[in-house]
Design a protein around this ligand. Structure first.
Ligand SMILES: [Zn+2]
Length: 73
């Protein structure tokens, strides 16, 4: 399980982009906040994970974790 770089929580959801197949398993994972749907608009630098504890998005492919207060370089 991923860990939030800001608050250290392991209550982290994984982003899924594009149009997912809404299986029972997927719906279950969304309900449990293991999966978060990022929608179909992919910018090229989208976060891979979302912290359910402090709502930080992180795991950006180009760096710059956290829209609010990125860590010092
Ligand atoms: Zn967090």
């Amino acid at each position: 399980m991923k860990q939030c770089p800001r608050c250290g929580s392991r209550d982290v959801a994984e982003y899924r982009f594009g149009m997912p197949v809404f299986s029972g398993e997927l719906m279950d994972q969304i309900k449990k906040k293991e999966i978060k749907l990022g929608g179909c608009c992919v910018s090229g630098n989208d976060p891979q994970y979302h912290c359910n504890a402090c709502r930080l998005d992180f795991g950006f492919p180009q760096g710059g974790d956290g829209g609010e207060g990125a860590p010092p370089a």
